[in-house]
Design a protein around this ligand. Structure first.
Ligand code: FMN
Length: 185
């Protein structure tokens, strides 16, 4: 399987990239035969969703070159780990826009959450669960929610054994669900 670690925050000085890179390193170190790659939203050239045809009606056929490229990027993966902060009790708007641009590319695939924030980003993930369900993804039960008090020191990401265990639980379920889907496909 090919699994993307999708970093969804793009602001200057963000923690998202550091957390995503750490997660990628952890996942690759599992040596489980699956391929893990990073998609950093800050490195993607995307527009705001302005297409006349809603992605749910487009069936994967887009007119906008940037959306076509984004579609190619996302559809190459069998599963995802969304690295999501919590902004105003939800996911970042930029990340939601990137998600909304597509539909069939996400459909049917497993998605796990690695969230962070004062309260671990739990409210962002609660919203994400509704969003990903809406396009027919398979959200995992395991969830790695990193509260600043427990996984950061002096406002810097400082992963410990518990951080790694939380991510590992997501990885185990992602691989299990993903392999089941591949077999049944
Ligand atoms: C616009 C904005 C809103 C935020 N709202 C919340 C919030 O509702 N709950 C929370 O725990 N943290 C909140 N935070 C703090 C972020 O979770 C924290 O800054 C985190 O590092 C953001 O991720 P990033 O560094 O990858 O951008 C907010 C931050 C921003 C920029």
């Amino acid at each position: 399987m090919k699994i993307a670690v999708f970093v969804g925050s793009i602001r200057t000085g963000r923690h998202g990239r550091t957390i995503g890179q750490w997660a990628l390193d952890q996942l690759q170190a599992r040596g489980d035969g699956h391929t893990y790659e990073l998609i950093d939203l800050a490195e993607q050239d995307l527009d705001q969703l302005t297409a006349a045809t809603p992605p749910i009606m487009a069936a994967g056929n887009y007119d906008e070159p940037k959306t076509i490229a984004w579609s190619e990027t996302i559809k190459a993966y069998d599963g995802y780990i969304f690295v999501t902060p919590e902004y105003n009790a939800s996911m970042p708007g930029t990340m939601k826009n990137a998600f909304d641009l597509l539909k069939v590319e996400w459909e049917g695939k497993p998605v796990g959450f690695l969230s962070y924030g004062g309260g671990g980003g739990v409210r962002a993930v609660n919203h994400w669960r509704d969003v990903v369900n809406n396009v027919g993804m398979q959200p995992l039960e395991a969830q790695a929610s990193l509260a600043f008090d427990d996984h950061f020191v002096d406002f810097q990401f400082a992963p410990n054994d518990t951080t790694a265990e939380l991510l590992e639980a997501v990885a185990v379920e992602l691989v299990k669900v993903g392999e089941k889907i591949s077999v049944n496909a």
